[in-house]
Design a protein around this ligand. Structure first.
Ligand SMILES: [Zn+2]
Length: 96
């Protein structure tokens, strides 16, 4: 399964709820899941990390569904085999 398929799966399971909650409410859930991922990093629990990554991806897909964004198409359009800033296949941008 690729990103497009996973986004469609999230649509089938959750769109009826996500669409009622709306974009901003769904965005707040995504932020909560990103925060949980951040808390999981220092705990060094592989299973918990995997769960939190899954939640972040699921909520990102939910938000994209509410806003009618094709996540795979958008990502591949921007990151089309090279860094969108410097244009190199292996990024040569200066460190921030
Ligand atoms: Zn770059």
């Amino acid at each position: 399964m690729e990103v497009k398929g996973f986004q469609e799966l999230m649509r089938q399971i959750y769109f009826h709820r996500d669409s009622k909650r709306g974009a901003y409410g769904t965005f707040l859930w995504l932020l909560e899941e990103v925060a949980e991922l951040g808390k999981a990093i220092p705990q060094n629990d592989r299973k918990n990390l995997e769960d939190e990554f899954a939640d972040v991806l699921a909520w990102l897909c939910s938000l994209a569904n509410v806003l009618n964004i094709d996540l795979e198409k958008a990502a591949l359009a921007k990151y089309a085999g090279k860094c969108p800033k410097c244009g190199f296949k292996v990024c040569r941008c200066p460190e921030a």
